[in-house]
Design a protein around this ligand. Structure first.
Ligand code: FEO
Ligand code: CA
Ligand code: CA
Length: 717
């Protein structure tokens, strides 16, 4: 069943001054994403009952240390920017410089790095950037990644070609510097890593028959998933960034690539199949959503809605096994893409353990193409949004992670070993083992206000903040389980059930969970959960102080501060920074900042930080507000705390993914452009990025400021 749709966004004005009127308060929508995305990204997860059947307690009125840090109400930026069409290249626009906006009220200093003219919310079929900024497309779906791969030909796709080309629906994007002396004069090179989360076959193939995909369409779909590693070069003079075909580094890991399972559950009977009696080698990575760059220079990637690729869970009749399959939401019937017709490992009737080999955090060493890509069992198995690393004071690695499902949990992992500094082979090999041994925890949040004051409307409790304390509950360390009735291997492979047993807090779809490198504070994007407190939902949970809004269409952002700044510890404090939505909606909260002075924002998903410590939030479901998704700068400190300003918006039907924010450039990944329910190759809803008459192509976009003499300037300054 498809989600119901927001009203016709394409009909909304894009050029009127002031804030675009938002349909939020009247539209009957949940949660705002189009049906194609819902079906193909997450197997219509939101149309099914949430899989968490546990009766975990909900916190009440336990008094705890308040971490309220509300900012002082001040006037800030006035968002009366007139949308412009200063086209820099096909499908790209800069907001007009003729705006009547002012950056901030007199006397209020904008944080360093956030001084740009906010882009007005809009519905343009373009990437829209602030006045004075430019952008270029770095790489698109189908562009060659591996040297020798053919140029993209939409009308004549093959699996063989796709295996060497940039995959579909790139989500996470990460960069590490490449200092090997290659590159042109004035150029700087990076290794770029991209997740190709999922495919949308009805937009990829003309006349696609969902009930009868061809074998080649299935094979193309498998190869369009996975990961890309490639060299990119940025021209310091022009600001442009381009992909480089490189024999040594460029590679794809698709749905058929070999991955090694490591850590304490590797080799467990739960991970063995008829094709892999060792339980240690898996073919493929699927539905890789967000990720992270480790301090030791590798990339992490989260396998998210892996459940949708598997069929026939009804064949699992053993009660314990059936409970496990249900908890991960695997369908009882045929899968959406019908891969099981071509490869029996996707059929639970034939390979009941194959799904256990997905849902992990993957690690790839971009500098060492010979190093096998890993799946780390020590970090647990769930619908991993991603994982990001904070080095503790003692050098141990702490991974923060979210399980993106309604009413699921937030986790962290603390390594046993410390990171070895330096770039020697010995250091690299040691550091690649950091995520194999350690302790896995799940989070329990406790509010400090009386439960009666959390009424589900978003009204702040009497102490003026949604805030409280929290506990990291240990689940397992190495071969030792801390969960009654579960072995360590069971904890790692069925981590959701372990979280259920220890009373973890049911959250509103935890997406990115990421520490701010400047402060160590951790930010949790809770994207939305329209079943929260819903009267007619079979599986629901009431509003609580960490998830304070019923039928939470627009999500919120939590700031988590580890006790004494110790990331290896087991207690923390927290407070809600943003309750998202239309600022005119009384249920919203912007860190205490003046709500008339912020950009509307919905469904926070991916987060990033700039070198100044500002938060950047990319969104996924702008349609819930009748606007395109985008990347927002968010002030965290001082009188502007909670000020959200739109920096870039993505084309019609797209979600904004993969933000990378540096002093010189910003990368975003407009994912699934043109993904509207009535779209098809015959009638595309978007022609981005190549312009009229072309098919939409998910891409990576580079944005920079045009500074003095036309050379790149500093972002947000
Ligand atoms: Fe793939 Fe949780 O977004
Ligand atoms: Ca409170
Ligand atoms: Ca995401």
């Amino acid at each position: 069943m498809a989600q119901s749709c927001p009203d016709d966004a394409s009909a909304r004005p894009t050029d009127q001054p002031g804030r675009v009127p938002l349909p939020l308060l009247t539209a009957d929508i949940t949660p705002g994403r189009q049906g194609l995305t819902c079906r193909y990204r997450c197997g219509n997860a939101c149309a099914h009952e949430a899989p968490n059947l546990s009766d975990n307690e909900y916190f009440g009125d336990v008094l705890a240390r308040s971490l309220s840090r509300r900012g002082v109400l001040r006037a800030g930026a006035v968002l009366t920017v007139a949308a412009g069409a200063g086209t820099a290249l096909a499908g790209t626009a800069a907001a007009s410089t003729t705006s009547s906006s002012v950056p901030a009220a007199a006397g209020v200093r904008l944080p360093r790095g956030l001084d740009y003219e906010p882009v007005p919310v809009n519905t343009a079929d373009a990437v829209v950037v602030p006045p004075g900024y430019e952008s270029n497309v770095v790489i698109r779906w189908g562009d060659p990644v591996v040297p020798g791969a053919p140029e993209f030909d939409f009308e004549n796709q093959t699996a063989e070609a796709q295996a060497g080309q940039f995959g579909y629906n790139n989500d996470f994007c990460g960069l590490v510097p490449l200092r090997d002396g290659s590159g042109s004069r004035g150029g700087e090179r990076y290794l770029m890593f991209n997740n190709h989360e999922y495919t949308i076959e009805p937009l990829m193939f003309r006349g696609y028959d969902e009930e009868n995909p061809t074998d080649e369409q299935i094979r193309i779909g498998v190869e369009a998933h996975g990961l890309s590693v490639l060299v990119v070069e940025r021209d310091r003079n022009s600001g442009r960034m381009t992909a480089v075909l490189n024999e040594k580094y460029n590679r794809r890991y698709t749905g058929t690539a070999e991955f090694v399972l490591d850590g304490p559950a590797a080799g467990s009977d739960l991970l063995k199949t008829s094709a892999d009696s060792s339980g240690t080698v898996v073919l493929g990575t699927l539905n890789n959503c967000a990720g992270g760059v480790t301090p030791w220079g590798t990339f992490l990637s989260g396998e998210e809605n892996f459940n949708q690729y598997f069929a026939n869970a009804a064949a699992v009749t053993d009660a314990t096994a059936a409970e496990r399959v249900q908890r991960y939401g695997i369908t009882e019937e045929a899968s959406g893409r019908k891969w099981e017709r071509l490869d029996p490992r996707f059929d639970l009737a034939q390979e009941p353990n194959e799904p256990n080999r997905f849902g992990w955090i993957v690690e790839v060493d971009p500098y060492d193409p010979k190093a096998p890509p890993m799946k780390h069992t020590a970090l647990g198995r769930f619908k991993h949004e991603g994982a990001t690393i904070q080095l503790a004071h003692d050098g141990r690695a702490v991974a923060y992670m979210g399980d993106d499902e309604r009413f699921d949990y937030v986790y962290k992992f603390v390594s046993d070993e410390k990171m070895m500094r330096g770039e020697s082979r010995r250091a690299r090999e040691h550091n690649r083992t950091l995520l194999t041994k350690g302790t896995l925890y799940v989070a329990k949040f406790t509010g400090d206000s009386p439960a009666a004051e959390i009424d589900g409307t978003g009204t702040l409790p009497a102490d003026g903040a949604f805030d409280g304390s929290g506990e990291w509950i240990p689940l397992a360390r190495g071969d030792e389980s801390f969960v009654e009735g579960m072995t360590a291997a069971e904890v790692y492979v069925f981590t959701r059930l372990a979280g259920d047993k220890v009373g973890a807090t049911k959250m509103d779809r935890p997406e990115d969970v990421e520490p701010n490198p400047k402060t160590g504070h951790v930010y949790l994007a809770l994207t939305n959960n329209t079943d929260r407190g819903k009267a007619d939902a079979d599986r629901t949970a009431p509003a609580d102080e960490a998830n304070p809004r019923v039928e939470n269409k627009h999500g919120h952002v939590i700031e988590l501060i580890e006790t004494k700044g110790d990331h290896t510890g087991t207690t923390f404090g927290w407070s809600i920074l943003l309750v998202c939505g239309d600022p005119d909606d009384p249920s919203t909260y912007f860190g205490g900042y003046d709500k008339s002075q912020v950009s509307p924002i919905t469904s926070p998903d991916n987060v990033a930080f700039d070198s100044h410590g500002n938060l950047w939030v990319a969104t996924d479901s702008g349609q819930a507000l009748g606007i395109n998704d985008g990347l927002y700068g968010v002030s965290l400190d001082g009188p502007t705390r909670g000020r959200t300003t739109l920096f870039a918006s993505v084309p019609v039907g797209a979600e904004c993914c993969g933000p990378v924010v540096t002093d010189e450039f910003v990368l975003i990944s407009p994912q699934h452009p043109g993904d509207l329910d009535d779209a098809s190759p015959e009638s595309p809803a978007s022609n981005w990025p190549d312009g009229p008459g072309t098919q939409p192509r998910p891409s990576v976009v580079n944005i920079w400021k045009v500074g003095k003499n036309g050379r790149p300037g500093r972002i947000g300054q």
